[in-house]
Design a protein. Structure first.
Length: 128
């Protein structure tokens, strides 16, 4: 009888080790899958301007990178009387830009810069 008892105990331990091994592999696969999903996330670059350009006027952005051009301005989205936003999901390198009222009156000062995936908030001033 002693031999049979010993065999059953050995079999149970072997099965327990296999179950533990399988659970560890599943956890490892899940963690790897989550990391890959995070890496594929597209980062959004946001450029915001806090300025009141006056009723009936619009704020444009010109520049270089992520579809911006120095030749033609892109109309920014107006969130409130003093808040304008432009967003890009295609920025892969730093952006250089400047704000323009009605795509005619350039903001004072030098060009501004934004890194991909970040938010840049500015308060431009204009002489008009």
């Amino acid at each position: 009888m002693t031999k049979k008892t010993t065999k059953k105990t050995a079999t149970k331990k072997s099965v327990a080790k296999k179950v533990a091994s399988t659970k560890t592999k599943k956890v490892a696969k899940t963690a790897t899958t989550k990391k890959k999903a995070v890496r594929k996330t597209i980062s959004k670059t946001t450029i915001a301007a806090r300025v009141d350009v006056g009723f009936g006027n619009n704020l444009y952005i010109r520049g270089e990178g992520a579809g911006l051009s120095w030749d033609v301005g892109i109309l920014m989205k107006n969130l409130s009387p003093y808040e304008w936003v432009w967003e890009s999901k295609t920025a892969s390198s730093p952006l250089e830009y400047k704000f323009i009222i009605n795509d005619e009156v350039w903001a004072n000062g030098g060009n501004l810069f934004a890194k991909p995936g970040e938010t840049s908030i500015s308060a431009p001033s204009f002489n008009w």
